[in-house]
Ligand binder design. Structure first.
Ligand code: GLC
Ligand code: CA
Length: 566
């Protein structure tokens, strides 16, 4: 018997009935746009809303249903728009409200909904609420933010640290009090315990819902229940109370998609957010498959070597946990993470094969897939060589802190090449034209030099491209209920090189097999998986049948066979 066989073969679960309430977003694929880097319509080097509108045909032909737009609101851009100074206006560099309404209307005509990024844990320090709040304890907006007196020694009130480095408290010299900011000092945290803050936010959300948006992606939403004096930030005691209130006061009666960014989510808490009787969110982004690769001390700046067994165990755990209730989001990348093909694939030897393999594995799981802009053409990390090429506030702050602490600048850049957020933020590569066709001006951040070969124009004309592979996967979700609702079962959990799972619905059975290595891998197929049917998708020659014995997988080979019983 094969050494990897015993673990999962033991528990063959019975197919379950699909959930009673089917939602439109169960069959949807979401495409994330980072507006600054997507398409520049006017040559100022910054992507904008008319640029997004000009690419709707492209997105329609890819087949996606929803665009999640990273923030487009008015902002001093300390954190590229995640620092909002006016929730009801558009940043001038991105366009106008009229441009936005036009995008929403035109996207609807293409069958595409627009999901906005809701950033309500904090605002910009230039938001009028904070400008007022700062004036002192008597001001009506003082309590919109979180102010505390200094500790006895005059230092910060407690030990909370900012995600961007340094203390989460900044002393305001005007009033001698500290305010809290879990991110940059220009992103003060709102005080969710103040009912007026919550009321204002719900009014603002309803204002956008009236503009016919299709939903919200909620930035660090697991922070809003924080208990500052206990130094408890994520998953605080009032979090779910607030989300239920928000649901009731805003989108609860509407058929929209909501997804919370929840770095603290566990399979248990995910059911609290997305369980069918909870009246909170459609789903959350969980990050366990990301953070399990981080160093215990240095976090993402020193990633651990890739370990497929752990990755499989995390992804499978989430598939099982939300199998009967709740709903998973599925993603490899976003604007905060390195490029998936650089992280999990092989960009030099097997670029197309590994990118297609990753897409196959993710898109055939149960949940709503999210494609991050450029992923569909296999965009890669960017090999910047100096800190001056980076733009992200997090990377610039961390560079200063790490170098001060004794790390060599070269070592820092090496880490940043793997992990910095700017890897995902270089401009979308549209064509082989100058700057990848992103802008006619000077781009705000350099385009990855590989645009000459990795670009959308080339991908769309090549039948065997990564792009066409994504297109097929996105379309299958519409035509194959087994992909949407089928029961998930993983196999060969301890196999270090190969990911195997099945999906089962009524008489349909999908077997997915993926080699995560640049080597040929011999595989003993468990006899339970011997099937014959139709090859749904493959990144080499199509395979229609699996013998219940040995096969040889090619480097990064991945395929799915669909068998339909009598
Ligand atoms: C979220 C966003 C990230 C941003 C942070 C602060 O993690 O995804 O880009 O910097 O929140 O808003
Ligand atoms: Ca522009």
């Amino acid at each position: 018997m094969d050494q990897f066989q015993d673990q999962s073969a033991a528990a063959i679960r019975q197919p379950q009935a699909p959930p009673v309430v089917r939602k439109w977003w169960h069959t949807a694929t979401v495409y994330q746009i980072y507006p600054r880097s997507f398409c520049d319509s006017n040559g100022d080097g910054i992507g904008d809303i008319p640029g997004v509108t000009s690419k709707l045909d492209y997105l329609k032909s890819l087949g996606i249903d929803v665009i999640w737009l990273s923030p487009i609101y008015k902002s001093p851009m300390d954190d590229n728009g995640y620092d909002i100074s006016d929730y009801r206006d558009i940043a001038p560099e991105f366009g106008t409200l009229a441009d936005f309404d036009h995008l929403v209307a035109k996207a609807r005509k293409h069958g595409i909904g627009i999901v906005l990024d809701l950033v309500v844990n904090h605002t910009s320090d230039e938001h009028p609420w904070f400008v007022e709040s700062r004036k002192g304890p008597g001001n009506p907006f003082r309590d919109f933010y979180i102010w505390r007196k200094p500790a006895e020694d005059g230092g910060p009130p407690n030990g909370l640290m900012s995600s961007f480095g340094g203390p989460a408290w900044t002393l305001d010299s005007e009033t001698g009090e500290y305010y809290l900011h879990m991110f940059s000092r220009r992103q003060p945290d709102l005080n969710w315990e103040n009912p007026e803050v919550r009321r204002e936010i719900y009014r603002m959300m309803n204002w956008w819902l009236e503009r016919d948006i299709a939903g919200f992606r909620m930035d660090v939403i697991d922070y809003i229940g924080k208990q500052v004096d206990q130094e408890l930030v994520k998953d605080g005691p009032r979090l779910h109370e607030y989300l239920q209130e928000m649901n009731r006061e805003t989108f609860g009666s509407r058929n929209i998609l909501t997804v919370g960014e929840c770095w603290s989510a566990t399979p248990g808490s995910a059911l609290l957010y997305s369980g069918r009787d909870r009246n909170e969110l459609s789903m959350v982004f969980q990050f366990e498959h990301v953070t399990q690769q981080w160093d215990e001390v240095y976090g993402k700046w020193r990633p651990k070597p890739f370990d497929l067994v752990t990755l499989k165990s995390v992804l499978s755990k989430w598939q099982y946990a939300l199998s009967d209730d709740g709903w998973n989001s599925l993603f490899w990348g976003n604007h905060d993470l390195p490029r998936a093909v650089s992280r999990y694939g092989d960009v030099t030897g097997y670029h197309a094969e590994s990118a297609k393999m990753l897409a196959t594995v993710l898109h055939l799981m149960k949940g709503t897939p999210f494609v991050y802009q450029g992923e569909e053409i296999g965009m890669t990390n960017v090999p910047f060589t100096t800190i001056e090429q980076y733009r992200d506030i997090e990377t610039i702050n961390m560079h200063r802190l790490h170098v001060e602490a004794g790390l060599s600048p070269e070592d820092f850049i090496r880490g940043a090449n793997e992990s910095a957020r700017d890897n995902a933020r270089t401009p979308m590569q549209w064509s082989a034209a100058l700057h990848g066709g992103f802008t006619k001006g000077v781009p705000w951040i350099e385009v990855n030099a590989n645009y000459a070969t990795i670009n959308a124009e080339a991908a769309m004309t090549d039948e065997s491209s990564i792009w066409n592979h994504y297109r097929k996967l996105i379309a299958f979700r519409k035509t194959h209920p087994v992909i949407v609702y089928g029961l998930y079962q993983s196999w060969l959990d301890q196999h270090p090189d190969v990911f195997v799972y099945t999906r089962t619905l009524d008489k349909d059975r999908l077997v997915v097999i993926a080699n995560f290595t640049p080597r040929e891998v011999p595989l003993t197929v468990p006899c339970e998986l011997a099937v014959s049917g139709k090859c749904l998708i493959s990144n080499y020659e199509p395979i229609d049948a699996l013998p219940g014995e040995n096969i040889d997988l090619k480097p990064y080979e991945a395929f799915a066979i669909l068998s339909q019983g009598p």
